[in-house]
Design a protein around this ligand. Structure first.
Ligand SMILES: NC(=O)c1ccc[n+]([C@@H]2O[C@H](COP(=O)([O-])OP(=O)(O)OC[C@H]3O[C@@H](n4cnc5c(N)ncnc54)[C@H](O)[C@@H]3O)[C@@H](O)[C@H]2O)c1
Ligand SMILES: CC(C)[C@H](C(=O)O)[C@@H](O)C(=O)O
Ligand SMILES: [Mg+2]
Length: 363
């Protein structure tokens, strides 16, 4: 019997999305012969590119394709022309990515961050402060203020009011905590849970449930709690103290961009968004760089493709079960950086393609 195909849906999106995804697909193509399954890739539009062609940020047909795929590789979406169109229907109508996250129930967003072999002046920190940093921001991805109701802008007399709602159900916190502890158990065994339990009811419930899940299921993993503001301070003061940072949707978004400074650039942070485990042991999965469409550098061929390439690495590990190949990709990126082949965001002059070709050569 021939091995089962791995169906990958590729959604490059907007701005530098297509540029970094093309680079990442080059790396996937180079490593594919080492896989025991053929990879079948389908391409489609998402984000502003989709809006221009079809008047929506993600088509129903694409959503269906996503459901049938083993994984999705996403570039980036958005840009000045599309971010504030005031489209009714909430976040899933305003953003293809939000629709994918919500409708595929991709509740677990894993955003690993590490220090890389970079020239000392390429991070805003003293080298001895960031050297050896290796952490993972575990962001709850399908609830919180991104999706809570009520939301909207309302007219009242001659005044306009805007509402967003931070909402968490116990089960949403529990499943995020469960998986964050499991991820930590496979790393260095430490979770720092982040909230604003001092001022927010959702924070109070968050802390209470994380404690219960810890006590009941993961007493062997070390747990501490930090308020989100203090956590941001600690992240830049002493990044090496962290292993897994467990945070809600908004705090996780903020913490991961901040942590990108430790890695040297937003262009260095990959991510995986995973759904609940299914009966056959697999999970719905979307892989994407943490960064956005970077309109300021789009179309110039100078974007750093490392985040997209490392996202393919996460896919090899988490959806294809090939930690060995994921390590090969990460080591190749590490070696290219160590040799000083740097894109402009890291102070060098390598183009997107130069960098990707060098990674392929080092696989
Ligand atoms: N996941 C996503 O699709 C995603 C994430 C964040 C922002 N966005 C969207 O992207 C658009 C721009 O947002 P923004 O400017 O706040 O964030 P951004 O991440 O696009 O860019 C922030 C800064 O980082 C730089 N940068 C980002 N990625 C880079 C890379 N790979 N190589 C080199 N430099 C890189 C940019 O040039 C810019 O200076 C907005 O429409 C926003 O909504 C999308
Ligand atoms: C584009 C936007 C919806 C998204 C978010 O806020 O989640 C982005 O910033 C991210 O980090 O993936
Ligand atoms: Mg973000």
């Amino acid at each position: 019997m021939s091995p089962q195909q791995f169906r990958l849906l590729c959604l490059p999106g907007d701005g530098i999305g297509p540029e970094v995804i093309q680079a990442a697909l080059g790396v996937l193509q180079a490593i594919a012969p080492a896989l025991d399954r053929p990879v079948e890739i389908t391409h489609d539009l998402a984000g502003g590119a989709c809006y221009e062609a079809h008047g929506v940020f993600l088509r129903d047909e694409t959503m269906e394709l996503a459901r049938q795929s083993d994984a999705i590789l996403f570039g980036a979406e958005g840009g000045p022309g599309w971010d504030n169109l005031n489209i009714p229907g909430g976040p899933t109508a305003r953003s293809g990515l939000s629709r994918l996250r919500k409708e595929l129930d991709l509740f677990a967003n894993l955003r690993p961050v590490r220090s890389w072999p970079l020239p000392a002046e390429q991070t805003p920190f003293r080298p001895e402060l960031v050297s050896g940093a290796d952490l993972l921001v575990f962001r709850e991805n399908t609830s919180g203020i991104y999706f809570g109701e009520p939301r909207g802008i309302f007219e009242h007399g001659d005044r306009r009011h805007a509402i967003d709602t931070q909402y968490y159900a116990q089960g949403e916190i529990d499943r995020a905590a469960q998986l964050a502890f499991a991820v930590a158990a496979d790393r260095r065994g430490k979770v720092t849970s982040v909230d604003k339990a001092n001022v927010m009811e959702t924070g109070e419930l968050w802390r209470e449930r994380v404690d219960v899940i810890h006590r009941t299921h993961w007493p062997q993993v070390e747990l501490d709690h930090l308020y989100a503001d203090a956590c941001l301070f600690e992240l830049v003061r002493a990044p090496c103290r962290f292993d897994v940072i467990l945070a809600d949707n908004l705090f996780g978004d903020l913490l991961s961009d901040c942590a990108a400074a430790i890695a040297g650039s937003l262009g260095m942070l990959p991510s995986a968004s995973l759904g609940p485990e299914r009966a056959d042991g697999t999970r719905a999965a979307l892989y994407e760089p943490v960064h956005g469409s970077a309109p300021d550098i789009a179309g110039k061929g100078i974007a750093n493709p490392a985040a997209a390439i490392l996202s393919v690495g996460m896919m090899l590990d988490l959806s294809l079960g090939r930690k060995d190949l994921a390590a090969r990709v990460e080591n190749a990126v590490d070696n290219v950086l160590a040799e000083g082949q740097l894109t402009r965001d890291l102070g060098g002059s390598a183009t997107t393609n130069d960098f990707a070709n060098s990674v392929v050569a080092k696989l």
